[in-house]
Design a protein around this ligand. Sequence first.
Ligand SMILES: [Zn+2]
Length: 183
Amino acid sequence: MESGSIAISRAAKKAEFPAKFQLIAAMNPCPCGYWGDIQNNCRCTSEQVQRYQNKLSGPFLDRIDMHIEVPALSHQDLQESSDLIERSIEVKKRVINAQKKQKSRRNHCNAHLSNKEIEADCYLSDDNQKVLEKTMNKMKLSARAYHRILKLARTIADLDNSEMIQLHHLTESIGYRKIDHFQ
Ligand SMILES: [Zn+2]
């Protein structure tokens, strides 16, 4: 997942193939699908929920940058909120601008920043560094999660057209490690 290549070894030969991809996956929170739902009751026991969520290993989840909970919306909510949603065309403009910033900085996007590049490009103020360190200890996050939080905070700052990673960029990035919270 991280090397961007796949190696196949057989008795006499070894071959390597390119495998750079973006993984987007969805899962239910529990076997019945209603764990945490405010409108429907979950029928699963806590052991069943735990067993279900443990099907995805910690190291695998660690490599996924953003974990987002998507609550069910009622029909009414869907209709009422449609006027407030930012239109795709506007989002596209922001994404293209952010990509340009990233390419001009490193000639590749933030997802592929090396640890050295992260140090240089994802600079935090002393106060924000303390916030991140506290969060790392509290949530018992890995070094990998640390680098991913920084890269994502850099991207959120780029989308916001901000040179510096501000506190709200950092806290938003930390908030996307949802699954780390309940594990
Ligand atoms: Zn359930």
